[in-house]
Design a protein around this ligand. Sequence first.
Ligand code: SAM
Length: 318
Amino acid sequence: MSRPRGPRPHTVQPVRLAGRPAALCGTPGAVHAQGSTQPDLPADTPWSAPDPRGHRWLLRPDRPASARLASLMLAGKDHLAADRMLLDRLQSEDAHCLVRARRGREFLHHAAGHLAERGLDQFLDLGCGLTTGAPGTALAPIHTSVLTARPGARVVYLDRDPVVMAHARALLDAPAPAQVRHLRADLATPGALLAKLREHAGLEWRRPVAAVLGDVLHELSDPQARCLLAALRRELPAGSVLVLSHRTAVAGAPGRAARVAACWEQADLPWYPRTPEAVDALLDGWERQELGVESVAGEAASGVYAVVAVSSSGGRGR
Ligand SMILES: C[S@@+](CC[C@H](N)C(=O)[O-])C[C@H]1O[C@@H](n2cnc3c(N)ncnc32)[C@H](O)[C@@H]1O
């Protein structure tokens, strides 16, 4: 990936971070919603539905889940004891992990709002998680920033975790903007994912899309991540933008990175932390842009690498 010349941009004001977000249901602004043509959502309990690869999802309350852990780290309410135990272990090795999670979200909100102000009006939040906080909090869904800047924009949320989908259904009672949708798909199968998006996302495929990959790529292996980024570059309309935040490896005391990795392994959660250079190496064909919002998240020093990039070759866009 080519880097722009010149000094790093200066820091801009972060979004306001409230203390604890309000309760999930009935929270103003917590309005994930599914489109009326929602495909293949499980009709039965969310944890007994097959995942996109045909495996059975089993609710394992004894094991942490990535979406719930992220909710916990962002002061949300949707977590279980197993998530809290994992966070305790992570924090004992990495005291700054909560700050890092908030900074990553601040960056996503800034970048999304900024792109909406600049005219982008189609957003995809890939691996959206349980981002159910009130507007202005780190845990707020990104459409709260996007629609503030561009009220007519469309935002599509996507995740593979059926619990995330269950929350989306529960929130149908909330006053949801019609242009917000929620789809279930797997980032590890980008062909199927893009086919589903084309059919059900309600986006116009001739016009640019901002694809947000917030704090999720560390859950994909190098081949999976490369495949996904290549597919997005190839298939998204020309002029589309990638907004990416990525956890970097934990520096510090000898053995710390290995101990952190062991925490993830014992939790049975994927963990592929990458250096900024390793992230850049995955972004073949994407050209980095400086919007002046990237340094909100800091770079390697704060443990989050933030990138905004456009496809240098242009997508197909049909
Ligand atoms: C750490 S959370 C981040 C949530 C949110 N993007 C944020 O910035 O806070 C990662 C989310 O990605 C989802 N995820 C992980 N791997 C995925 C995959 N292969 N396909 C779809 N979603 C995935 C998880 O279910 C989880 O909700």
